[in-house]
Design a protein. Structure first.
Length: 81
């Protein structure tokens, strides 16, 4: 299981594109970004940063889809379609 920080780093690098810009946004060193990504790749069983970021993007999309379904169900239950 990924830590919150590993998820945050992977999501940010997917948006920013480089270790340096990700480090600037998160207020950490590029070396720390690299370490988080290396550990996340091990947990996910992937070989590249792109594969790891893609896995996180799929996770986020699935999570958003589940939240959207839950919201629709709550509105239907309350009668506010």
């Amino acid at each position: 299981m990924l830590t919150y920080r590993q998820l945050e780093v992977l999501a940010t690098i997917a948006d920013m594109g480089t270790f340096e810009s990700t480090a600037d946004v998160l207020g950490i060193s590029p070396h720390t970004v690299e370490q988080h990504i290396r550990n996340a790749r091990l947990v996910l069983g992937v070989h590249t940063t792109v594969q790891a970021a893609a896995a996180v993007a799929r996770y986020e999309a699935l999570h958003d889809m589940r939240l959207s379904r839950a919201s629709r169900r709550a509105c239907t239950i309350k009668g506010t379609t």
